[in-house]
Design a binder for this molecule. Structure first.
Ligand code: PRP
Ligand code: MG
Length: 212
């Protein structure tokens, strides 16, 4: 039987929120924690648990038909992909932060400085926009530690509650973009699976409306 393949974040906050919305639209997925793939019991759908940063390429290649993913990840790695529906949860910012003691008050003040980030494309776009040159250090996680270990003068990373910045003695000085979870589709999606997405989208709209 044909099934819609949908990617969700493997672990983390977006994973929980994604599984919750699927449940709310009446799709129950057997969610064995160590499984990388799970089937829905009452909808022709398979969930693939993937790393956030890998999802844009899976969509592009048509390995999955759709994904629930942070808009910030699409902006960084999947500008070419189609957003079907904005989901209103997992809201966050992609921000520039510096040590509390720093005199910098915006990205402009980091001219010639070192910025650690997992979002090089996003940072480069904004650097270009404000006409500033900085040296990017690309790291994949625990970015907020970089200034403390002398690796960078500032960072660019996701801010949600702000607690990671606070714990690492950093302050936010610029917000590059605001993000939320979105439903995105593959350019290679079949007509049959597009119909399944339309059904899901219809259900999503009514659940999101109810959430207000
Ligand atoms: C994410 C993100 C920030 C933090 C933001 O990191 O990279 O560091 O959460 O959330 P907060 O503002 O609520 O503290 P995560 O914990 O997922 O780990 P990682 O950076 O090592 O991937
Ligand atoms: Mg982090």
């Amino acid at each position: 039987m044909n099934k819609l393949k949908i990617a969700v974040q493997k672990s983390g906050r977006l994973n929980e929120d994604s599984m919750r919305i699927l449940k709310e639209i009446g799709i129950s997925v057997d969610n064995g924690k160590d499984q990388l793939k799970a089937s829905a019991r009452n909808f022709p759908l398979e969930v693939f648990y993937l790393r956030n940063g890998d999802i844009p390429q899976y969509l592009r290649d048509g390995v999955v038909d759709a994904a629930i993913i942070g808009e910030n990840v699409l902006i960084e790695k999947g500008n070419d992909l189609t957003i079907v529906e904005r989901l209103g949860f997992s809201k966050c910012k992609v921000s520039i932060a510096v040590p509390k003691s720093s005199k910098a008050t915006s990205l402009k003040d980091l001219d010639g400085k070192r910025i650690a980030t997992s979002y090089p494309n996003t940072v480069n776009q904004y650097l270009e926009k404000v006409g500033v040159k900085a040296n990017l250090h690309i790291i994949n996680g625990s970015v907020e530690i970089a200034p403390n270990i002398g690796l960078a003068d500032g960072i660019c990373d996701i801010v949600s509650s702000g607690s990671t910045l606070f714990k690492n003695g950093l302050k936010e000085i610029d917000v590059l973009l605001k993000s939320e979870a979105v439903l995105a589709t593959s350019p290679l999606i079949s007509e049959e699976n597009q119909e399944l997405i339309d059904k899901i989208q219809f259900r999503l709209k009514s659940v999101l409306k109810g959430r207000g």
